[in-house]
Design a protein. Structure first.
Length: 341
């Protein structure tokens, strides 16, 4: 990455803002205001997601994210946060280097060009990140999530050069009438073990080699995005072992902000995988069923997961058989960045 400095405020690379609003680098001190903005927007956007300042601080304040360069805040003359945006590179892409283009505009400031200015900045910043991080020949994809109520954002992304890439389903089920799924012959279902963390990481990389949009996770990225997060619950996560080695896994997370917002403690199954050689034997069903039972023991009232509806392993049908139902859907939009010569 370039070490060129970023001016304090206003930042000239965010252009086209309406009069009275300026942009500056996003900082961790903005986490409270950004979380409040998300809460205000949720009534209109209906994402079903709830993040507090601690969640945002953890997501932004790590060694993978250079927030001063990768985030922008749009503020009023009085310092009120009107919108924010981040551009976070996932690193290690297989089919493309994927950059997450995230952010939100406060409902009071929508329809005035703030979103357009931030998306324009995300395209420029994401293209820079691709140039800095992608090996020659690897294209880039700047990825944004859009829920059905976000019709204005959908139109904005289309005009900006984004295209629909995938449809995802957010699925849920109450933790009642749990399925009884025995472990397949020769497979042992056990609680997650911290001593096996890197083994699980390597199993995850192998399990998702052919998965759309997957990235190779090195040790730093694995801890940053997955098992090093505050919400990760090893006691609610399970492993499948065959001949003493990890062959499947289900990793669970409990988000306290979500519990406060919904009143229901939910076990979110973030990563579920089975080694290709072990598929078709019921390993996935067994680890998910065990994770559901662990969630009950852990005081949860609901389980949730997100799934690519075009997943080629049949995951969507599997989760339906295990009692999950679609609570909402959202689409993934992507801006294509050509590979470097």
């Amino acid at each position: 990455m370039s070490d060129s400095p970023v001016p304090d405020s206003p930042v000239p690379d965010v252009t086209g803002l309406p009069e009275g609003l300026t942009a500056r680098p996003l900082t961790l001190d903005d986490a409270d205001a950004a979380a409040g903005l998300l809460a205000a927007a949720e009534a209109l956007d209906g994402t079903g997601e709830h993040e507090d300042a601690d969640d945002l601080t953890e997501w932004w304040g790590n060694d993978v994210v250079d927030l001063r360069r990768d985030g922008r805040a749009v503020v009023t003359a009085e310092g009120r946060l009107a919108g924010w945006a981040t551009s976070i590179a996932s690193r290690g892409g297989r089919d493309a280097l994927r950059v997450w283009s995230e952010g939100r505009v406060h409902p009071e400031f929508r329809g005035r060009g703030v979103g357009r200015a931030l998306v324009d900045w995300q395209v420029r910043r994401g293209t820079e990140q691709h140039a800095d991080l992608a090996p020659a020949g690897l294209p880039g994809r700047l990825v944004a999530s859009v829920w059905p109520t976000m019709t204005s954002l959908e139109s904005l992304l289309r005009r900006s050069g984004f295209e629909v890439e995938r449809l995802f389903a957010a699925m849920e089920r109450p933790l009642t009438d749990l399925p009884a799924v025995p472990a397949p012959p020769g497979v042992e279902i056990v609680p997650f073990d911290r001593d096996r963390d890197d083994e699980v990481r390597r199993a995850h990389n192998v399990s998702f080699t052919a998965h759309h949009g997957s990235s190779e996770r090195d040790e730093q990225a694995w801890r940053t995005w997955f098992t090093g997060r505050e919400a990760f619950r090893p006691d609610l996560s399970v492993l499948a072992l065959a001949d003493g080695a990890v062959t499947g896994y289900a990793l669970a997370y409990v988000y306290e902000a979500d519990t406060r917002a919904t009143g229901v403690r939910t076990s979110h199954l973030g990563q579920i995988g089975v080694l290709p050689a072990a598929r078709g034997r019921g390993v996935a069903s067994a680890v998910v069923a065990a994770a559901l039972a662990a969630a009950v023991e852990g005081g949860c009232g609901r389980a949730a997961l997100d799934v690519d509806t075009e997943n080629t392993t049949g995951a969507f049908a599997l989760y339906e058989r295990l009692g999950f139902r679609v609570a909402r859907t959202y689409s993934s939009w992507a801006y294509p960045v050509p590979p470097l010569a």
